[in-house]
Design a protein around this ligand. Structure first.
Ligand SMILES: Cc1ncc(COP(=O)(O)O)c(C=O)c1O
Length: 377
């Protein structure tokens, strides 16, 4: 697996929750695609369409969707959320529930519906010792609740929400259920058959190890028609390619949400990255990642004055561990770690480390050593 991730030896890469390095096979796929473009233009476009079909199938497999026809390709998680928010029909007084830990993309879009009379309720999921996240969210439900939108894993704390349990609640109460899966797809198992999601959105540049700018948008086929279309063009029609046709209707499959030319470069890259996930198997990836996270937590705990801000229990975490050191400015520590080639992030009041399944123990050891020496602990 090391051959797939020939990261520079000086780098301790612990930032998959932001942007992942590409596997070697993704570099190769992009190089080949670039060479084809340069030497042959779009001569092989029919082959490219096969790669696009393969990507849709891989995304469908990853979320447990029975058909690749349910998969739309979007520009970003944020765009996909906007397609949902502005495709749904809202009435004055409708309510949406999110959590207080959401990344801005999964808050701002819902706040923007205030002009339509839609109210946003924000569940406080910080105190998981006393009330788990699902209970806190469920406590906000009332007869006006139309939709719950939640990140499967919270970007700053790393809290893994029990999306299957929450999905059962939504399903039983006829509430639409939207999952921002960007912090879990490619890292941990995900199955729409268990979580009953109506919508799933996730960009490919984090745990799926692909490029930025190409995201999954899944809309449950039985509600596809109820989402009005906001973007129009040649690509979203049923008879795509019949350019002289004067009448049109939206495509019956999920491509109705894709108005123009596909991001072929991104498609080649993400398809290659997902082939690695397929080869490894998501269950193996999840096990190896959980083992890395357990090791990281164990090592962090050896530091005096450390406060781990992320959940410690395996059931409540995925690939993110955020911590601070008492008396140390987390922003300053983050900058110093970056200067020393520990690639990480500063989130939620602490330093966020996010290894992936392939991260080697010595990378974690090195990062901990650097935290130790920078904080004199
Ligand atoms: C939970 C979550 N949702 C959405 C985003 C933003 O994704 P995009 O840039 O694809 O819109 C991020 C980025 O960090 C995130 O962590």
């Amino acid at each position: 697996m090391n051959d797939e991730f020939p990261l520079h030896a000086d780098i301790c890469y612990l930032n998959h929750a932001a942007v992942s390095p590409w596997p070697k096979r993704t570099q190769n796929a992009v190089s080949k695609f670039a060479a084809q473009n340069t030497e042959y233009g779009a001569t092989y476009y029919l082959d490219w369409l096969k790669v696009e079909a393969s990507l849709r199938q891989r995304l469908a497999n990853l979320i447990g969707s029975p058909s690749s026809a349910d998969i739309a390709l979007s520009k970003s998680t944020s765009e996909a959320l906007s397609i949902i928010a502005y495709g749904l029909e809202w009435s004055e007084g409708d309510e949406i529930i999110i959590s207080n830990q959401e990344f801005p993309s999964n808050r701002i879009v819902w706040e923007s519906l205030a002009s339509k009379g839609v109210k946003l309720r924000i569940a406080d999921i910080d105190d998981i010792e006393h009330q788990d996240a699902v209970e806190a969210i469920a406590a906000e439900i009332n007869e006006n609740t139309k939709l719950i939108s939640i990140s499967s894993v919270q970007y700053a704390s790393g809290l893994k929400v029990d999306i299957n349990r929450l999905g059962k609640i939504c399903h039983s109460k006829d509430i639409l259920y939207c999952i921002d899966a960007i912090q879990s797809l490619g890292a941990i198992d995900f199955d729409i058959n268990k979580n009953h999601a109506d919508f799933v959105v996730a960009d490919g540049h984090k745990w799926m190890m692909g490029p930025e700018g190409l995201a999954l948008l899944y809309v449950k086929p039985t509600i596809r028609d109820t989402l009005s279309i906001q973007q129009y063009g040649w690509h979203m029609v049923e008879h795509r390619g019949d350019y002289t046709r004067k009448t049109w209707e939206p495509a019956s499959d999920a491509t109705r949400f894709e108005c123009g030319s596909p991001n072929m470069l991104g498609i080649h890259a993400l398809n290659a990255s997902l082939s690695l996930i397929e080869d490894m198997g998501i269950k193996t990836i999840e096990q190896q990642l959980q083992s890395n996270i357990a090791y990281l937590i164990e090592q962090l705990k050896t530091l005096p004055n450390v406060e781990i801000l992320s959940p410690i229990k395996e059931a409540d975490r995925a690939g993110i561990v955020t911590f601070k050191i008492a008396g140390v400015d987390s922003n300053k520590l983050y900058s110093e770690l970056m200067q020393q080639s520990v690639i990480c992030a500063c989130r939620g009041g602490g330093v966020r480390f996010s290894p992936h399944f392939y991260t080697q123990k010595h990378v974690i050891d090195n990062a901990i050593k650097k935290v130790k020496s920078l904080t004199h602990t």
